[in-house]
Structures are given as structure tokens and as C-alpha cells.
Design a protein around this ligand. Sequence first.
Ligand SMILES: Cc1ncc(COP(=O)(O)O)c(C=O)c1O
Length: 390
Amino acid sequence: MSNYSLLQKQFLANTYINRGITLISGKGVYLYDESGNKYLDLMSNYGVNILGHSHPVLTKSLEKQLEKLVVLHSGFGSDIRAKAAQQLIRKVGKKLTRVYFSNSGAEAIEAAIKFAVLATGKKHFIACKNSFHGKTLGALSATGEEKYRNKFKPLLWQFSHIPFNDISTLGKSITSDTAAFIVEPIQGEGGVYIPDETYLQKVRQVCSQKKVLLILDEIQTGCGRTGMFLASESSNITYDVVCLGKGIAGGMPIGITLISENIAEKITRGANTSTFGGNPLSCSGILTTLQLIDNDLLDHVKKMGKYFIKKLHGLHSNLITDIRGKGLMIGMEVKGKRDEILKLLQKEYILAIPAGENVVRFLPPLIIEKKHIDEAVSKLTKVLKLLSYV
Ligand SMILES: Cc1ncc(COP(=O)(O)O)c(C=O)c1O
């Protein structure tokens, strides 16, 4: 373990795993450690660096804003914040007319929960088992993974957790006290689970019939990750609230809660605010990122995702039990040994991340090319051979 990794181990609160390497810089799809070793980045910081590292256009626009104005409280007008909000509404549109800016995915969810309470006057929420919506206490109340929740119970209000991809239980779980149903279009952290094609449409029908709000958590799936700007686009439904985060501000810390006008009308001044929320630096990241995620990039994501999944299917290892994904959100489920695979891949200079209990997750930068995927799969073959599974 390098000195800095040891130093970090000594001085950081012990809430993160320690991968044992210290990464100093990045360029495109590669990250470099303190000795100059080059790692192929197949995790993009849990889905943040969608445009790769040190993207020249993004870096320039952030530098320009850095020289002008970094932070400005949202009580004061900001040219760049106003434009970012307008562009987000143009991009996501439909029923959504207003934007609330914060600094992380969990905060975007916190705001969504509070806004749903203000809009409905109710405090019962339904979320899914195995879901992930963040770890602050409100978001954790929605998160459906007991390993994160156990030590902090009782959590907020009444949150019921139902199986993902199960419409009949959703219908039965809604009561006259229910404010909203909160759901990821694809469960990411839980293990890359993709629901039936018509799931979100049916969810929309049930929520509309029973008059409960539909909150979509597109924090991991959004921003082009699945080959569409939002993963839910293929369902062609309307939503009451959409949460975004991760890479939408070009790597700057960000949380975004997009809401419909019905909800916006009920939000009272001071109900939720954030000192750093909507800071001009993050907003300049949003504007440039929105410009750079064009149709060509989305087509590229679809092609590369299909190619990656095809190559993984070609591995024929009896250790692999399933391969699933959409665009460049890919999970390889294995029988045990998941953490060994991740460690050995890292030794081969390939960085991937875990999901669920037994899934190797790949969330590469969206600019990844075939040659990088070939490189990754050849190293993966070597790792599986080392474990005697090919
Ligand atoms: C779907 C989803 N929602 C919420 C979050 C929480 O985001 P953050 O870690 O920025 O608080 C994550 C993070 O992985 C996520 O994947």
C-alpha cells in the first residue's frame, strides 16, 4: 500500500473500503497512480466521469468559470445557474418545470421526499427492496438495503419496501396516506437489475390511478449512461419528480431535483435550501455536459454497451452466472470470488466496482472505445484463468 493510502487509512473516518492505490491524475479513459502506472477506468468514480478524465472542453469551461465566480447563494441571480436550469428543463421537459439544485445524489432525494410531503401533506412512501437512494437519513429511509439501514433504525416516517418489478404489490401497498413511490429505472448499486420493459409504464398507471406521486431516481442511470439521456425515456411516461446527480455537472458535486408545476406550487420559501446548491461552477459543468451528451455520444454508448456485453458472453466461464446491462451500465454476476476478481483486475490495471452481493459492475466513461473493451476482456480472461475458471 502506498504512503498516501496508508496516510488516508490513518486519518480518514473508516467508512470506505481502501483499494490500496493512490490515483493522482486522469486522461480520457485512463487513471494514473503515483508511480505513473496506467489503469483502465471501467468505473468512472461510480458513474461520475461520463466524459472521461480531463476532457479538454469541460476543463476549459470549468477553468473559465473558476476565474469568474465559483459560489453564489441562490438568493442572488446567477447567469450560469439560470441557463443551466433552463437547459435542464428543455432536455428533460414533459411535466417537469422547475429545478432544485443541491450537492449530491442523496440530497437530491432528500429534497424529493420533502417536496412530496409539501405537495401531498402525506408521509407514507413506498420504495423497493434492494434499492439504493443514498445514505443520508431521509435517503436511507428510502434505500432498501438492510445492510445500510440496520444500525440506524428507526428511520424516517413510514417507508414500505416492496419487491422491484412487482406491480401488483405496488397497487396493494398504496394507502390513503401514501405520498409517493420512489424507484430507480434500473437498480444499480443493488446489482444492475433491469425490470420488464413495461414496468415503468405500469408504475405510472398505478400511481396516476391511486393519485400518488412518482419519483424517479435517475442518479445512476441518467445522463446518457444507458444510451438515452434518461433510462426512463424508452417508457415514454411522465414523472412528477426526477432526481439526477453523478456526472451531470462534469465531475463537480451535484444533486438535481426536477419537479412538476403542481409540486412547485406547494413549495414554501425556506422549505429546503443549500449554501452550495446551484453554485456557478457546478452549473457551468452542467451546461457543458448537456452540450457534450449529443445523439452521437448516445449512439456510441448503445454500440459500446452491446459490444461489451457480447464480449463478456464470449468468456464462457463457469464462474459467471449472469451478464446484464443497458448501454454502459453492466453487471457480471459471479458465484462467489467477486472481490478476488476485482482485486486481480486491479493488479492487471483494470478498475471495476462491486454491486449487490456478487456482481462485478462496469460503469466506464461513455467515451470508451472497442480497443479498451478488448483490453479489459482480455485481462478479465487472464484473471478468470488465474482463478481456474476458464
Ligand atoms: C440510484 C442512486 N441514487 C442515489 C445515490 C446517492 O448519490 P450520492 O452518493 O451522490 O449521495 C446513488 C449513488 O450511488 C445512486 O446510485
